[in-house]
Design a protein around this ligand. Structure first.
Ligand code: DAK
Length: 259
């Protein structure tokens, strides 16, 4: 996979792909071209049966400092609507493969929103999360008012969105936004370790479990329970269900086929 603004390494570890945002001079600002590359890469990795977990990262200084302000500055409402850059995000949302964000440094605006679009977040203790769009005359537009509120509650989300204040990795952990906080030099290793735990599971079960957890955000409890139950029953048509239960009974490690 040959891209200009991202680096993609499928199979960086067994069954794991690494996608690295690579506009370091611009603190990985999410320009239109980068977003298009990111969507293409995620969709291709999602089709790759060997890949069971994707790690998305930036660099030590920044995961991503938001949408590219220089690219947006002169635009009007209709330009934004026509380009509809962030409708791309819907395509990342459809990725069945679990995605882990490995965040160091700034995760701001669209960068914070991108990390929240991932299924889990591993943060370096240097990470800073924020929705500072209000300071440049706008507001979050790619999930910041919705996913952040669901993740950390109204009071804290409102404060971040209305004041543009950043929160530290430790605060993000205490608020339930991130899964773990580790020393700066270990954040990528910690993300790989978590990814390996996910990749060690039967992939179809992982995909349906991911889909079911995400359904909790869009459904009533009763609808969500029906959805969950159907996915649960569906897994009884997989070879991995037979293998998993047989291996348990035989007291051995299962060998997943992804079928
Ligand atoms: N866009 C473009 N360039 C950026 C950038 C950004 N978001 N953030 C940083 N840079 C560039 C800086 O301009 C600078 O470039 P040069 O001047 O060297 O050419 C370089 O990266 C290094 O930045 P600084 O010199 O500012 O570094 P500092 O350490 O002093 O400060 C900072 C780091 C992250 C605190 C600061 O750069 C900063 O405040 N950056 C902006 C953060 C921000 O406001 N982010 C939110 C952007 S708005 C949409 C949905 C969503 C969105 C848009 C549309 N639709 C539904 C259509 C999302 C919007 C956003 O994310």
């Amino acid at each position: 996979m040959d891209f200009q603004h991202i680096i993609v390494t499928p199979g960086i570890k067994p069954h794991i792909a690494l996608v690295q945002l690579n506009r370091p001079k611009e603190l990985n600002a999410l320009c239109l071209a980068l977003m298009q590359e990111l969507v293409s890469a995620i969709e291709a990795l999602d089709q790759d049966e060997d890949i069971r977990c994707i790690v998305l990262t930036g660099n030590q200084r920044a995961f991503a400092a938001g949408a590219d302000i220089k690219e947006m500055a002169g635009k009007g409402s209709i330009d934004m609507l026509k380009v509809d850059q962030f409708s791309n995000w819907e395509r990342i949302k459809r990725c069945k493969t679990p995605i882990i964000a490995a965040v160091s440094g700034f995760a701001l605006g669209g960068g914070c929103e991108l990390s929240m679009l991932c299924d889990m977040i591993v943060a370096s203790e240097t990470a800073k999360f924020g929705q500072p769009e209000i300071k440049i005359g706008v507001m979050p537009g790619a999930g910041g008012t919705q996913r952040l509120t669901r993740a950390i509650g109204k009071a804290r989300a409102m404060e971040m969105v209305l004041t543009g204040a950043f929160i530290s990795a430790k605060e993000a952990y205490a608020a339930g936004l991130v899964n773990k906080v580790v020393p700066a030099e270990l954040y990528l290793d910690a993300a790989f370790e978590l990814a390996q735990s996910v990749a060690a599971m039967p992939p179809i079960a992982a995909q349906l479990a991911k889909e079911s957890v995400l359904a909790a955000f869009n459904t009533s409890l009763d609808e969500g329970l029906v959805f969950e139950r159907k996915n649960f029953y569906a897994l009884f048509s997989t070879e991995d269900q037979k293998e998993g239960m047989k291996a348990f009974v035989e007291k051995r490690k299962p060998e997943w086929q992804g079928k």
